[in-house]
Design a protein. Sequence first.
Length: 269
Amino acid sequence: MTARILITGAAGRVGTFLRSRLAAEGRVLRLLDIAELPAAAEGENVEIVQATLTDMATMEAATRDVDAVIHLGGYSLEESWDKILHVNIDGTHTVLEAARRSGVRRVVLASSNHAVGYVERANGTAGDYLFPRPDTYYGVSKVAKEALGSLYADRYGMDVIALRIGSCFEKPLDVRMLASWLSPDDCARLCEACLSVPSPGFRVVWGVSANKRGWFSLDEARALGYEPQDDSETYAPEVLARDGELDPSSYAAKYVGGAWCGPDFDTAA
Ligand code: 15L
């Protein structure tokens, strides 16, 4: 079991899901975020670091003595190009370079479906290793994150796994998410697989649950040892009763990235 793990963006939604779920006997989670993190609870084996991931000295210190990094930090929605460039792209370089300098051998990167948002559903199941088709600056930053991961794996022999996360929420919020949902528990299962699989090198895998309505390949994720246990179908009756079936001409029905591909979805200047 991986003993000491640095999680960036630990105060965010996914980071919060993982905090309790990756906790284990003999394991220390070092939780880093620019936002305030809840203090360690009684008996909780965590180290709290409130800092920006964009500073190299900070990240060199934060990566010292850890066995793996789970890099979730950065903007999780569309933002201006300047912000995306600084935090998501430069920030990812800082995280990977700091990890390399500190001798960390394994990094899990939170990529997103928006790296391939303009892939059309008409082409069938969204396979593994789809060529980038970002739908936003945010999506571009996820493509850059994957590219940086590939570079650090090939050039420095690190193990880097990029997760093209669908929609990681407590439960699916709309009809599109009945296909793209990643349950919090499956997210933790996927991270555990990424942490323990021997010598993966560089991989890009879909981060989704075993959704009956899903159309994303789970082959590469399963090859890491991921065994999803959840299915959004549990929530389908309530979601469909509220929202009805998807309009086949909608962006959500047509593209991986859903509404993010539409003209009304602003790419902040
Ligand atoms: C993402 O990458 C976002 O971070 C998240 O908030 C959701 O919008 C998700 O994609 C999605 O596409 O559902």
